[in-house]
Design a protein around this ligand. Structure first.
Ligand SMILES: [Zn+2]
Length: 353
C-alpha cells in the first residue's frame, strides 16, 4: 500500500454524520483557549495507488479539535467546525482544481470557525478521511487537520482484505502518555509496542476500506495524565461506545511477569460473550500462526475494557515484554508487521462469519 498513511497520525475520529447529527470530537474537554487558523495547503497524493486530494489546515495550539458534518442532499459538503478558532490570515474562499472538491469556504460562526469543503460527489466515510498531525517545528508547520479525499474504490489495492469494507473498528493501543505499561529488560515500553502495532493494524484496515477509530492517536493518556485506571479505561470504552456503528473493539497489550521466563501470546474475551469468544479465538489462531510464540490460549478475564464496551471485544497480549527473546521480537518492525497482518486476518475472518 501507499506510504501516505504511514506518517499520518489518525485521530480516531472519522465522524461521518449522514443525518446531520453532531457529536463532540473525542479529545480533551474545551480548554476555552482561542486558536487561529494560520496554514492552508492542498496537495495531490496517492492513496492505495489512486489519486487523492489532501488538504492540510493548520492552527495555533497543540492538538486540533473539531467536529465534522456531512451534507449530501442540497449541497455536497463536508463541514468541519473548529471550536474557539479565528480565521487568521487564511483566505475566505479557496477554489480547488481537483476531481474531488471544487472549493473551500472558511467563515467565522460565533466563536467557532467553519470550514466547508464542496465535494464533487456526496461525501461519505469511504470517500474521505480526517486525521490530525502534530506541529513540526523544524518544518515550520503548525498542528494540522488533514482531510484526504479519494475515490470510494481506491481501497481495492494489493493490500485489500475482503470482508471488512465499511466496518467500524475501534483499535485501542494499551497504555500511553503517563502510563508506559510494562517495561522490558532493555527498556522497551509496552505503550510503544502497542501503539506501533495498532498503527499498523489501522493502516491495513483502512487500506481495506474499514473505518478505524483509534482510542489514542499518539503517545498520550486518553483521559488525562495520571488518572485512575478506571477513568483511563472508561475513556477508552467511551470512544467505542459513543459511536453506534462500532462493530468490534480490539485492545492491544503486551504481557509482563516478575520472572523473565514467562512467555507466550494469549487472547481474552469477556465471559458470556459468544461473539467476543469467536473474535478472540480467531485472533488467537492467526497470531499463533504468524507470531510463532507459545500459545497460552483463548481466555476469559474480567478486564475493564472487555466488560464496559457494548460490542464484541477482545484484549490481546502479544507476548511478554519482560522476556528477553519476546522483548526483542516485540520491538522489531518486521515482527510487528507480522502481528498486525495476523490481527487483520482475524478481523476479516470474524466478519466473514
Ligand atoms: Zn497492558
Amino acid at each position: 500500500m501507499n506510504n501516505v498513511f504511514r506518517c499520518v497520525s489518525w485521530v480516531g475520529v472519522l465522524m461521518a454524520f449522514v443525518f446531520g447529527l453532531w457529536l463532540p470530537q473525542m479529545t480533551e474537554a474545551a480548554s476555552g483557549q482561542s486558536h487561529e487558523l494560520n496554514y492552508f495547503q492542498t496537495s495531490k497524493v496517492k492513496i492505495a495507488g489512486s489519486n487523492a486530494l489532501r488538504i492540510e489546515i493548520g492552527m495555533t495550539g497543540e492538538e486540533p479539535r473539531y467536529t465534522v458534518k456531512e451534507l449530501s442532499f442540497l449541497r455536497k459538503q463536508l463541514i468541519i467546525t473548529l471550536p474557539n478558532t479565528e480565521k487568521g490570515k487564511v483566505k475566505s474562499l479557496i477554489p480547488l482544481k481537483s476531481d474531488f472538491a471544487t472549493q473551500v469556504k472558511i467563515s467565522e460562526v460565533g466563536e467557532n470557525l467553519q470550514i466547508a469543503i464542496d465535494f464533487v460527489n456526496p461525501p461519505s466515510s469511504d470517500k474521505y478521511r480526517i486525521s490530525t498531525l502534530p506541529a513540526e517545528r523544524r518544518k515550520k508547520k503548525p498542528a494540522r487537520i488533514v482531510v484526504e479525499m479519494f475515490n470510494g474504490n481506491a481501497s481495492n489495492g494489493a493490500d485489500n482484505v475482503p470482508g471488512i469494507k465499511g466496518k467500524t473498528i475501534v483499535v485501542d493501543a494499551g497504555h500511553g502518555g503517563s502510563d508506559s505499561g510494562a517495561v522490558g529488560p532493555t527498556g522497551v515500553k509496552e505503550k510503544d509496542v502497542t501503539f506501533a502495532v495498532a498503527k499498523k493494524v489501522q493502516k491495513l484496515l483502512t487500506g481495506s476500506g474499514a473505518r478505524v477509530i483509534m482510542t489514542r492517536s499518539r503517545d498520550m493518556d486518553v483521559y488525562a495524565p495520571n488518572a485512575t485506571d478506571r477513568q483511563e479505561l472508561q475513556a477508552r470504552c467511551d470512544v467505542a461506545n459513543r459511536d453506534s456503528r462500532t462493530a468490534l473493539f480490539l485492545s492491544i497489550h503486551c504481557n509482563a511477569f516478575s520472572s523473565p521466563s514467562a512467555h507466550g501470546m494469549e487472547t481474552y474475551y469477556c465471559a458470556g460473550s459468544a461473539k467476543g469468544q469467536e473474535f478472540a479465538s480467531l485472533l488467537n489462531e492467526e497470531l499463533a500462526k504468524a507470531g510463532g510464540l507459545f500459545n497460552r490460549g483463548v481466555k476469559t478475564a474480567n478486564y475493564y475494557v472487555l466488560r464496559h464496551t457494548n460490542m464484541p471485544a477482545s484484549l490481546i497480549e502479544l507476548g511478554f515484554v519482560t522476556n528477553y527473546n519476546e522483548e526483542r521480537l516485540l520491538r522489531s518492525d518486521a515482527y510487528q508487521n507480522k502481528l498486525a497482518s495476523a490481527i487483520v486476518r482475524g478481523i476479516a475472518r470474524y466478519f466473514k462469519g
